[in-house]
Write a protein that binds this ligand. Structure first.
Ligand code: DLL
Length: 433
């Protein structure tokens, strides 16, 4: 099933012609309407007619979060406020939020692009979709809301939090589609179990999950706990929000909406463009956005892109699920570690271990120390020192094999690690910088 079949299955050659045409228009649009881009492009000697092929994009300067911060709040907007009809922002960890604005056209495209990913994932007009992302400046809730509404699904705009009520509504309304972060879905399944509600009492069939990473192991657990078909979708507020890329039911990568977003993979250190199929940092150029266009925006997300046609018939390239963020990568005792590697280990441990964990980094004698806190499912294990010790060693050994690092492993009482209703924060870095 497609939402915009002709566009989603456009032959590659035609798609690339469309991208090139849009790229040229975009350059002219930025020169004419955004003084900040105008200055950057003129310094780099770029004009629209210098772009002859898609690979000429490599001569266009990158844009990064700092550029948006420098022009806070509206400096990169390309239209007068009169034409802006929505403003979103993402808070990030430091400083001022990054602010983005949408014209009526942008909102219209956004709804269609989210409609594309939800239909590709298997959502239909007779679905009841519970949106358990937090409504507000975050793009997740309103993005999925209007996309699902566009396909005719019945929206339950419950927002995040109040988890017992979420479960009650899910059961009573017969919710069929759940929209949330994977970590919140995991938490919801835990609360449902505590309330004595079994998945067979629910009508859930499809999960539209995104906004944070999730290992295959965690995905399998959520599917099992909720009796749901898990699909992943990717986006970021600077680019639009959700709707940038999403999995179809084949689930072999997330299809970009390539007629609206031009993706590249670069080497974050040398800033060179990598060959097709190689892993690196994802850079995206928005080809149609009017409110706040992005030229070669550095996402910091690490992935790789496949260009061969998918079994679903869509011709648009697919990215592998995000491996992590370049700024998420932890350097511990000189070893590069992605939190997702640790999650994979924890998820494959015996059933006595819960999927909730925390990574705590400290400095001891000028050296990094890493501690992995993991929860037990059954508190009675805490009374058996031998069993506890055995489990601890097992996890430590597996972590050592995967990471090449010796980690302290602490087993904690059930339900003692903080739960999240939005994006999970699992790394606590207390190292002296
Ligand atoms: O998280 C937009 C979104 C909302 C996407 C709902 C999907 C569903 P931001 O808050 O700006 O926007 O955060 C963007 O979140 O750079 C990634 O690091 C991470 N991220 C988003 N989706 C995924 C995903 C929204 N499917 C940042 N897998 C991005 C892994 C993701 N990471």
């Amino acid at each position: 099933m497609y939402w915009q079949k002709e566009l989603e299955t456009m032959p590659r050659k035609k798609l690339e012609e469309l991208q090139l045409e849009r790229l040229k228009c975009l350059i002219q649009y930025c020169i004419d309407n955004v003084p900040y881009y105008n200055a950057k492009l003129s310094k780099a000697g770029i004009t629209a007619d210098k772009i002859k092929t898609l690979s000429d994009i490599q001569y266009i300067p990158y844009t990064a979060k700092d550029d948006i911060r420098e022009t806070y709040p509206f400096g990169l907007f390309a239209v007068p406020m009169k034409q802006i009809v929505r403003i979103h922002a993402s808070s990030g960890t430091t400083g001022k939020p990054t602010v983005v604005g949408y014209t009526k056209n942008d909102l219209n495209n956004w709804s269609d692009l989210v409609a594309r990913i939800v239909v590709a994932a298997g959502a239909r007009d007779d679905d009841i979709a519970q949106i358990s992302f937090g409504y507000g400046l975050f793009t997740g809730a309103l993005g999925l809301h209007y996309g699902l509404e566009r396909i005719g699904a019945a929206i339950v705009p419950i927002s995040s939090g109040n988890t017992e009520k979420q479960i009650m509504i899910m059961k009573d309304f017969g919710t069929t589609v759940l929209v949330s972060t994977p970590s919140y879905a995991m938490y919801m399944s835990e609360v449902a179990a505590d309330m004595g509600i079994h998945k067979s009492e629910m009508k859930l069939r499809l999960g539209l999950f995104g906004s944070e990473g999730c290992t295959d192991e965690m995905r399998a657990k959520i599917e099992e706990n909720m009796g749901i078909f898990f699909t992943d979708n990717y986006g970021m507020s600077e680019l639009m929000g959700p709707g940038v890329a999403g999995e179809c039911t084949v689930r072999c990568g997330l299809h970009f909406a390539e007629d609206h977003f031009y993706p590249e993979i670069i080497n974050s250190s040398t800033l060179e463009v990598k060959d097709r199929g190689e892993e690196g940092e994802l850079v995206i150029t928005t080809l149609t956005k009017e409110g706040i266009p992005m030229l070669r925006y550095r996402t910091k997300d690490i992935t790789r892109i496949q260009y061969d046609e998918c079994r679903c018939g869509r011709t648009h390239a697919r990215m592998e699920k995000i491996k992590g963020r370049s700024d998420d990568m932890l350097k511990i005792k000189g070893v590069n570690v992605f939190p997702s590697q640790i999650e994979s280990v924890i998820m494959t441990m015996p059933d006595s271990i819960s999927p909730n964990y925390q990574i705590v980094l400290t400095t001891h004698n000028y050296m990094d120390d890493i501690e992995i806190k993991v929860e037990l499912i059954d508190a009675s294990l805490l009374e058996s020192y031998g069993e506890l010790e055995k489990l601890q060693q097992q996890i430590r050994h597996k972590l050592h094999t995967i990471l090449g690092l010796d980690c302290k492993v602490t087993l904690l009482e059930p339900k003692s690690i903080e739960r999240f209703v939005g994006k999970a924060k699992r790394v606590i870095d207390q190292r002296k910088k």
